[in-house]
Design a protein around this ligand. Structure first.
Ligand SMILES: Cc1cc2nc3c(=O)[nH]c(=O)nc-3n(C[C@H](O)[C@H](O)[C@H](O)COP(=O)(O)OP(=O)(O)OC[C@H]3O[C@@H](n4cnc5c(N)ncnc54)[C@H](O)[C@@H]3O)c2cc1C
Length: 409
């Protein structure tokens, strides 16, 4: 795919390319810098859990600072993004990448064109354009172990290292050891239950396999499943809103489509509008969803202050029976489909995380902040945590790598 020329801090693609040429040989220089500056973490083995955007950026920083790092990924690089990749990101390319990541890519693929900073990519495009090439770069190649799940982490007997139980795609189990753990394993694999208080509703555990979660590809792959059907959407965030808006569009062509939108939140607008929202697509979605909830469209009925107690799957012909309470009054529906968009929970990989002197354990990325996490926040978090881990030399290594680019640009 050909994108517009990249612009970084007002610079054009050409000037970045020049900067990148200057950067060739950076690996050797960085290693030397690391030695000269006596990086605190040198010699330590870092285990990163998850090759999502934050895990890869974390690993890249560790490598730049000369630390040994292994990234364990249960699926493929950017696995969760691959699963919800039909969704267009609210945040533009410039918010989702880092100067360090871009410099590495420019260095490795000097002829390639990159999206412009303001470009809005889908999750799939972002994975293709940024995550996959980053994982394949000289810096990270060989560091990522795909199809290897970290099942559990705990301290080794002597309390000096972390012990990881790994489980690979062939069913083989293995232990690994690390001095530092960076848990970047995200939350997308652990959707919350529909029942009140994240306790499964009656019948929900058996029904779960038939209830998709998150933002469903209603206008694409799964169109046939929802066109002309009665659908109960549960949740009050942007994912629920995306589903409701997509179903309302579907109803314009398939008039039988009917949406029951259920949320435990207050009456009125389901989505708070952020004043002067810097992400216009997010605001547009909130405005459209709120309008639909206010019965701006005949195909959507919104039920606020509603909690669910029962979710039963009655088979392909019977659909679902869903029951609960709205402001204390019983409510129930028979619907053909249910979509869960009630968020995710962060499940610890370690039963307990004792304070091990000099053996840090950090939870980073979306797992550290399961609600409304943005990548830009994760990038700030990485600088703070790696700065603490590596010491004052972290900032100077990053600054020196970055300034090579800036000076040449
Ligand atoms: C529909 C949707 C739209 C979004 N839109 C935006 C947006 O516009 N802008 C934005 O900034 N953010 C957006 N987000 C938030 C987005 O999820 C995060 O910004 C980003 O994906 C978080 O990156 P991460 O590296 O923390 O976790 P993830 O991307 O979730 O990556 C976690 C990785 O860890 C792996 N993993 C999990 N458990 C294990 C294990 N036990 N062992 C080994 N590997 C494991 C997973 O397979 C996965 O590859 C959106 C999220 C969703 C769901």
């Amino acid at each position: 795919m050909v994108w517009g020329r990249i612009r970084l801090k007002g610079k054009t693609g050409e000037s970045i390319e020049k900067a990148v040429k200057e950067l060739s040989g950076t690996r050797l220089r960085v290693r030397r810098m690391a030695r000269e500056e006596g990086i605190a973490g040198q010699g330590r083995q870092v285990a990163v859990v998850g090759a999502g955007p934050i895990g890869l950026e974390a690993a890249l920083r560790c490598r730049l600072c000369g630390l040994a790092v292994t990234v364990y990924e249960q699926g493929e690089v950017g696995e969760y993004l691959q699963q919800w990749g039909h969704v267009r990101l609210f945040t533009p390319w410039g918010w989702n990448v880092t100067p360090l990541g871009l410099q590495v890519l420019q260095q490795e693929y000097p002829r390639r064109q990159w999206p412009s900073a303001e470009h809005l990519l889908t999750g799939w495009q972002y994975r293709e354009e940024y995550l996959l090439p980053l994982a394949e770069s000289e810096w990270l190649k060989g560091c990522v172990r795909p199809r290897t799940q970290v099942v559990q982490i705990g301290p080794s007997r002597d309390g000096r290292t972390w012990r990881l139980l790994l489980h690979d795609a062939n069913g083989v189990e293995q232990h690994a050891y690390a001095d530092v753990v960076l848990d970047c394993s995200g939350i997308y694999g652990q959707p919350r239950w529909l029942g009140e208080g994240d306790v499964p509703a009656l019948g929900e555990r058996a029904a779960r396999a038939h209830i998709p979660h998150g933002v469903v590809d209603i206008s694409g792959t799964h169109r046939g499943r929802y066109a002309g059907k009665s659908v109960l959407v549960v949740g009050g965030g942007y994912s629920a809103a995306s589903n409701v808006v997509a179903l309302a569009s579907l109803a314009e062509q398939h008039a039988e489509t009917w949406v029951y939108w259920v949320h435990h939140g207050p009456r009125g607008q389901p989505l708070p509008r952020i004043p002067h929202d810097p992400l216009p697509e997010r605001d547009r979605l909130a405005a459209r969803a709120n309008m639909l909830a206010a019965r701006g469209d005949g195909h959507v009925e919104y039920f606020a202050q509603t909690v669910l107690h029962e979710v039963r799957y009655l088979g392909p012909e019977g659909g679902f029976y869903v029951a609960g309470h709205q402001r204390g009054q019983p409510v129930a529906w028979n619907v053909e489909q249910v979509i869960a968009a009630v968020g995710y929970r962060a499940v610890p990989l370690s039963g307990f995380v004792p304070e091990l002197p000099d053996r840090p354990y950090y939870v980073l990325g979306s797992k550290s902040q399961p609600r409304s996490f943005l990548l830009a926040e994760g990038h700030r978090q990485l600088d703070a945590v790696l700065g603490r881990l590596i010491g004052p030399s972290y900032a100077s290594v990053c600054a020196r790598v970055a300034s090579k680019g800036k000076r040449a640009a």
